[in-house]
Design a protein around this ligand. Structure first.
Ligand code: NOJ
Length: 494
């Protein structure tokens, strides 16, 4: 028992790409070196050390600013040909604006990209993985429409500096998590607790910022750089508590509309704009609450058109599944809020494994269902691919990480089923994450890495876990061998 001997005869198609993901703030460290400006995470964590349970921050992290050559060797050992990483906006533009480009910051990424390419690893670069320059956060961050201009300027600097060698860009990482937890709640920085108001402003201006950058690239750079620009959205799968109960199915759909489709529909649907469900729900609630205008801003017709179709691929991050049923009142709701607007009771199934953080239960079939949901709802995905830009699991950091081996096997197995049995147009997979890193509000207490990082050692020593060996085998053989790494059989004492 406990050993999964399932075999899969399916293999990953020849054009399916494998990679591994990281994000600047979570690995780089060197928070004040090389002329870097502060990001809002630096500033906030220095002021509020109790924000993380271990009172940690990103000052040193895995020290990838200095140890990137080791990172590259680790990526090579995995055998993957793609590396998804992000640029730290304040490392490149210390004040967030393009009047001051850090020469050292610019050099750091140039060198890193060139070293990766030398060994045939293609970098896929995210412009915004949550580390907003403090100088711009002080002006309101994504709630200030002016920040759209500055994001566009930053993107232009990046395209000018690196577009000759970087051909795949993503504008934003997980806008939902960023706006919901950072603007709506205080689970992430900037911890604004502006639920129901700020969180929708964040959503609105992020969508517009994304489109601005996509259109700018299209016009100014694509003709000669010939690259692709996409976005990474995140989605948990929403499983109805009882699939035979209409109200549970409606609850699950409401959740997906308010969390995923609010971003996906404006970009990937044929009609564009926010989904009708979201528009009506937030308008009605706002009215009932005495607002004279909807808490969800409106796009102009021009904006709807600019956002619609503004992606060359659909980046999707997925980790877990939640259980949905209706609820008119949840005591923990802040009102107004996206949660309250959604009006759904969100539970976990605690018979599923939960090896690390509280939010992450393991339910592989949810992945296949989510992939089908996305493919079925957005016809554009017949023409452009889905790239799974993150998927992974956290534990306490042991190198004999049998649960992570099983997680990757089982989740990747669902990807194979989605490809071969459902015809989902998914063309790539990036494991989260290359090595243990700074896990936002959890600090260093939970570990997602394929490589262990010894955060106590000055060298930040990296050691491969069993899951690294297992992932390398999948990448090499393009199949999943469920018996490649066998958990020890624990015998009763005799
Ligand atoms: C998604 C985020 O993009 C990443 O930064 C984070 O570490 C993982 N989820 C795990 O929580």
């Amino acid at each position: 028992a406990g050993v999964d001997f399932r075999a899969s005869n399916y293999s990953f198609p020849d054009d399916f790409i494998f990679g591994v993901s990281t994000a600047a703030f979570q690995i780089e460290g060197a928070w004040n070196e090389g002329g870097k400006g502060e990001s809002m995470w630096d500033t906030y964590l220095h002021k509020n050390p109790q924000f993380t349970p271990d009172r940690s921050n990103g000052d040193v992290a895995a020290d990838s600013y200095h140890k990137y050559m080791e990172d590259i060797q680790m990526i090579q050992k995995l055998g993957v040909k793609y590396y998804r990483m992000s640029i730290s906006w304040p490392r490149l533009l210390p004040n967030g604006t393009d009047n001051n480009i850090s020469r050292e910051g610019a050099m750091y990424y140039r060198t890193l990209f060139e070293e990766l390419l030398k060994v045939n690893i293609t970098p896929i670069v995210t412009l915004f993985h949550w580390d907003m320059p403090t100088a711009l956060m002080d002006l309101g961050g994504w709630t200030n429409p002016k920040v759209m201009d500055y994001f566009e300027d930053y993107a232009r600097v990046a395209f000018n500096l690196y577009g000759d060698i970087i051909k795949t860009w993503t504008t934003l990482n997980e806008p939902h998590q960023h706006c919901y937890n950072g603007y709506g709640l205080d689970y992430f920085v900037p911890a604004l607790m502006s639920h129901g108001v700020g969180e929708y402003l964040c959503t609105h201006y992020l969508l517009l910022s994304h489109a601005r950058v996509y259109r700018m690239y299209e016009k100014e750079f694509r003709p000669y750089q010939k690259g692709k620009v996409g976005i990474t959205l995140d989605a948990f799968w929403a499983k109805p508590r009882d699939a035979n109960k209409a109200e549970d199915v409606l609850a699950a759909n409401a959740y997906l509309h308010m969390h995923l489709d609010i971003y996906a529909h404006p970009i990937f649907s044929d009609v564009g704009d926010y989904p009708t469900f979201v528009r009506e729900r937030v308008n009605n609630m706002s009215l009932e609450q005495g607002f004279s205008r909807s808490r969800l801003p409106y796009f102009t017709d021009e904006e709807i058109l600019a956002i619609k179709g503004s992606a060359d691929f659909f980046g999707l991050n997925h980790y877990t599944t939640f259980i949905m049923s209706p609820s008119s009142m949840e005591p923990k709701w802040n009102v107004p809020s996206l949660d309250h607007d959604t009006g759904v009771k969100v539970d976990q199934n605690l018979t599923w494994p939960r090896p690390g953080p509280e939010w992450l239960t393991v339910y592989p079939p949810g992945f296949r269902q989510l992939l089908n949901y996305v493919q079925d709802n957005y016809r554009m995905l017949r023409d452009i691919p889905i790239l799974i830009t993150e998927n992974g699991m956290a534990d306490l950091g042991q190198t004999e990480d049998y649960e992570r081996v099983a997680y990757f096997n089982d989740y990747l197995h669902q990807v194979l089923l989605a490809i071969h049995e459902d015809g989902v147009n998914v063309k790539g997979y990036f494991a989260w994450t290359l090595m243990d890193d700074f896990e936002w509000s959890d600090g260093y207490t939970f570990k997602f890495g394929l490589y262990k990082v010894d955060f106590d050692s000055p060298e930040k020593t990296r050691t491969p876990k069993l899951s690294a060996k297992n992932y390398a085998n999948i990448v090499r053989t393009r199949r999943i061998d469920f018996n490649y790494i066998k958990p020890p059989i624990i015998r009763p004492f005799q």
